[in-house]
Write a protein that binds this ligand. Structure first.
Ligand code: ADP
Ligand code: NI
Length: 215
């Protein structure tokens, strides 16, 4: 089996246990977005980008009882075991381990163009219409309120505090989703993020109007 196809099969199997906001279709969208950005930017090693996108969520710690680095380590074992060079496998391990928002809060940067592209793609899938759907899906999975005007959105100082938050889902827009557009790395990512951002902003405005019976 070709490495990409083998990686897809491996990721599909690992992702089976996750909720629909974080399943194989999320990975597939990230793979497609990363490919699109790679072509537009005409930069980065397409093989590293594709493999990192495919394997980026195989051990999400919200669903996986492991250390924050498990995903990258699992990917590294898989890739070297399937004949990829140690250099490329190590690069992919780093990309995966540094991807998550929580890791960014903990501040351990890596700056390869391949990392930047996969990170943009992953962040874009948390934005726009898909991002709205995923947020409410996740909120439902956690049995959170849709909205509560009494609960003020907050800033998280640590990854632990962010993980423990049980705020209503609308707060997630202020706490994370509206911040994403300013975190994009590539020009293509920025452009796509701005469109998705504007869409989310008008959604939340309208949501509040309807909530208050003004519409
Ligand atoms: P990542 O792995 O990219 O850092 P997460 O695993 O934190 O992202 O989130 C996966 C999806 O679930 C995203 O679409 C995100 O917006 C959503 N999500 C995460 N935390 C919350 C929350 N507290 N409320 C609503 N949606 C959330
Ligand atoms: Ni992801």
């Amino acid at each position: 089996m070709k490495l990409l196809a083998a990686a897809e099969a491996f990721a599909k199997e690992k992702l089976q246990a996750f909720d629909a906001g974080h399943d194989w279709t999320h990975t597939e969208r990230v793979l497609n977005l990363a490919g699109h950005i790679q072509q537009e930017e005409n930069a980065g090693d397409p093989q590293v980008i594709s493999l990192a996108a495919i394997l980026h969520d195989i051990a999400d710690t919200k669903f996986h009882q492991g250390a924050e680095t498990d995903g990258g380590d699992m990917a590294y074992e898989f890739l070297t075991g399937n004949g990829l060079s140690k250099d490329k496998s190590e690069h992919i391990r780093k990309i995966i381990n540094h991807l998550s928002f929580k890791q960014r809060l903990e501040n351990s940067p890596i700056d390869s163009i391949e990392f930047q592209i996969v990170q943009d793609a992953d962040r874009l899938d948390a934005m726009g219409a898909i991002g709205i759907a995923r947020a409410f899906h996740y909120g439902g999975y956690k049995n959170r309120a849709l909205y509560d005007p009494e609960v003020v959105p907050r800033k998280y100082k640590s990854a632990e505090a962010y993980k423990k938050s049980d705020a209503p889902t609308i707060n997630h827009f202020y706490e994370k989703l509206f911040l994403l557009k300013d975190l994009m790395n590539t020009a293509t990512g920025k452009k796509l993020a701005q469109e998705r951002h504007d869409y989310m902003v008008s959604f939340v405005e309208r949501f509040k109007k309807e909530w208050e019976g003004r519409m």
